[in-house]
Design a protein around this ligand. Structure first.
Ligand SMILES: NC(=O)c1ccc[n+]([C@@H]2O[C@H](COP(=O)([O-])OP(=O)(O)OC[C@H]3O[C@@H](n4cnc5c(N)ncnc54)[C@H](OP(=O)(O)O)[C@@H]3O)[C@@H](O)[C@H]2O)c1
Length: 338
């Protein structure tokens, strides 16, 4: 288990300017405003990672107005370690700011052995959130998600568990993730009947993966539910990271990774073409990729990852230029069609 550098006892003081430049967008038809850019702790916050770097990323994020930190029971590795490290950072730096933060966690993927540590039963979801709260040292999370659909458990049971989680004070809001549009509609209907509306859907959405455009975005808008787009940079492919090869310390260069070298190599022609358009706009590719998602008013927030405070800062600078000309949009479509 990593511990903080004891030679650095200085308490964190958030920047006074933290709300000056961030854009806040309403989440569906709810009372919640989310930052246009949110930060996720899937990578870079496990026990395999240096905690000081994670701490610096979160401090930078909050200083830039990112109020939404996204976690899940299984983020690490090992499972649970991102929540444990987040707790250390929270206790040390963020406790005075707890009410300025919107913290989420999730359950739905494999978490512990046996029949009760996976998918979507009430037994799993409630126990998992109790474990997450303990690991994070929190009384409640702001948002709790069912992480993926469960083909076996009745949707009524899973949504009933989310309703119970709110009524029992464990979470303020609930959401769903990775649900296809028709199942999302069913889940939203059940939650509405129970009196615990679905706040948000967390879906993969990027220039390279546009499945939400088919019908999910319309479904969510019709129901007043927000959308937060995860892996908007395709885990780094939609940045300058791989333009000149695959660095050893990059996500695709590391051994334990969800991004394969072959994926990067396969996409390089499209990446290079998009990079050129971004340069002509006077932007980084990462910035253009984020701005391109934000042009749709149905999108509430872009949920990025970052392995350094510098990456995060570069990505937040996106907000200085989010408009596109018709010619730019056409050129992007052509580059993507390669
Ligand atoms: N609901 C779900 O099923 C689900 C699934 C996946 C993710 N998520 C959520 O979404 C969050 C973000 O996902 P993601 O980490 O895949 O997002 P991403 O923003 O697509 O990728 C982040 C990675 O891209 C690279 N990067 C970012 N900015 C860069 C820049 N300016 N220049 C160069 N490289 C840059 C870094 O990788 P390097 O390590 O190479 O530096 C960074 O870790 C997760 O933390 C999690 O909260 C949810």
């Amino acid at each position: 288990m990593k511990i903080f550098d004891k030679t650095d006892p200085i308490a964190y003081q958030a920047a006074d300017t933290r709300y000056e430049d961030m854009l806040f967008l309403r989440c569906g038809k709810s009372g919640i405003l989310l930052p246009a850019i949110s930060i996720g702790l899937w990578h870079n916050f496990g026990h395999i990672d240096p905690i000081e770097n994670g701490r610096n990323i979160l401090k930078k994020a909050f200083d830039l107005g990112i109020t939404h930190f996204d976690l899940a029971n299984n983020y690490g590795p090992p499972f649970g370690s991102a929540e444990e490290n987040f707790s250390r950072i929270l206790q040390r730096d963020f406790l005075p700011y707890r009410d300025e933060l919107f913290i989420s966690s999730k359950a739905g993927y494999d978490m512990w052995p046996g029949p009760y540590g996976n998918f979507g039963s009430r037994k799993y979801l409630v126990a998992s959130l109790d474990q997450s709260l303990k690991r994070m040292g929190l009384d409640y999370v702001d948002l709790f998600y069912h992480h993926r659909p469960d083909p076996e458990t009745p949707l009524e049971e899973t949504m009933g568990a989310l309703d119970f989680i709110v009524r029992s004070g464990r979470a303020l809001y609930v959401g769903i993730s990775n649900y296809p549009a028709d199942l999302a509609q069913e889940a939203v209907d059940i939650l509405n009947d129970l009196g615990t509306p679905c706040l948000i859907h967390q879906a993969r959405y990027s220039m390279f993966d546009r499945w939400v455009e088919e019908s999910l975005l319309d479904t969510l808008e019709k129901n007043g539910v927000g959308l937060i787009a995860f892996s908007p940079l395709e885990q780094g492919m939609l940045t300058n990271r791989y333009i000149d090869g695959i660095p050893a310390q990059s996500r695709a260069g590391k051994k334990m990774t969800y991004l394969q070298r072959e994926q990067v190599e396969e996409n390089l022609p499209r990446i290079r073409a998009l990079h050129k358009i971004a340069e002509e706009r006077g932007q980084k590719l990462s910035q253009m990729a984020i701005a391109w998602l934000l042009k749709d008013p149905r999108v509430t927030s872009i949920l990025i990852g970052a392995s350094s405070p510098e990456q995060l800062e570069e990505n937040v600078r996106t907000l200085k230029r989010t408009d596109f000309s018709a010619d730019e949009l056409k050129a992007i479509e052509e580059a993507l069609a390669q």
